[in-house]
Design a protein around this ligand. Structure first.
Ligand code: GLU
Length: 310
């Protein structure tokens, strides 16, 4: 693994000169303020070493990457019953699609699209206030990353709330279908804040260890994620983690991954590494353009793939 740092440096240098960088998300106004010039990458290996390059220490809005952490919490809380309220199939539709929900009677296709993540927020909200639920989510991620400095970017949370009509429509529809236990505004308070968590690539790669090295976690110290749940989350990342670009990501990168519209991607090499990459410019389906390209090159150069080396 000695050349990993050199490979990351090379990739960061290559990304710095890329002229096609995608477009920064603008539908959440606060995200539109971020420069597309950033690129960062961090890898945590099994031995605990952190390798990084570029803007790997700069916090960014993790957005939908938060969905793998809230899903993990819901699985620990409700177990297999989660799958009565949310499906496990790729949606083939945009992340904020409304049409599919009606056809599916308010049961979202999977927990990594907005509708599914809103149901997961509702599961976490049971018997708690929204603020206590948000605190728990933040504490879970801080613990997983071993970094109490991780926080919520309140400007992003407000920006999401102010422009969140589409998510409100999804939440109200799910509630009307009987699949939301709490009023839509309470559930969305949790959802908007989880999406507004800010993390650096180093922090995110450290948090992702729970999916790469499950048994390394001491169940008494860290909220445990069982090996079975880690496998389920990894499977969902592989099949559903990149919106309707999931098939292409699986085929080009060959690793479970979850992207967010802030330009971050968490990718997992089971048993070997947890990787976080960030570049804010998005491709046409909302995934980080350079993030996916960098992961493709890293996976290829390291021979990393869940399908075996090629
Ligand atoms: N907060 C964003 C939304 O709900 C998350 C989207 C994403 O990263 O996929 O629209």
């Amino acid at each position: 693994m000695t050349n990993l740092s050199a490979i990351l440096d090379d990739i960061a240098t290559e990304m710095a000169v890329e002229t096609e960088r995608g477009a920064v998300a603008t539908y959440i106004p606060e995200l539109a303020k971020v420069s597309p010039d950033h690129f960062g990458i961090a890898v945590v290996t099994r031995d605990g070493h952190i390798h990084s390059a570029g803007d790997a220490a700069m916090p960014f809005s993790i957005q939908s990457v938060s969905k793998v952490f809230t899903l993990s919490m819901a699985l620990e809380r409700l177990g297999e019953k989660c799958w009565r309220r949310v499906g496990r199939e790729p949606s083939g539709d945009p992340f904020n699609s409304i049409v599919q929900l009606e056809a599916d009677n308010g049961i979202p296709r999977n927990p990594l699209i907005n509708a599914g993540a809103i149901v997961i927020s509702d599961i976490l909200l049971a018997d708690r206030t929204p603020s206590a639920t948000i605190e728990r989510i933040l504490a879970f991620i801080q613990m997983a990353a071993d970094d109490a400095a991780i926080s919520i970017d309140n400007a992003v949370a407000c920006s999401e709330r102010d422009t969140g009509e589409r998510n409100m429509a999804l939440a109200h529809f799910i509630r009307a279908s009987g699949n939301l236990d709490h009023p839509a505004d309470r559930t969305l308070e949790v959802y908007f804040n989880q999406c507004a968590i800010a993390m650096s690539c180093v922090q995110l790669a450290k948090a992702g260890r729970m999916f790469a090295f499950t048994q390394q976690f001491d169940p008494d110290v860290l909220a445990p994620i069982t090996p079975q749940h880690a496998r389920q989350v990894n499977a969902l990342m592989l099949t559903c983690g990149h919106y309707d670009g999931s098939g292409e990501f699986a085929s080009e990168v060959g690793l479970p991954g979850k992207s967010g519209v802030g330009g971050g991607i968490l990718a997992i090499v089971p048993g070997i590494a947890s990787i976080a990459v960030w570049s804010p410019g998005l491709n046409a389906v909302g995934n980080s353009h350079l993030g996916a390209l960098a992961l493709e090159r890293l996976a290829h150069r390291m021979g990393w793939s869940v399908f075996g080396t090629t």
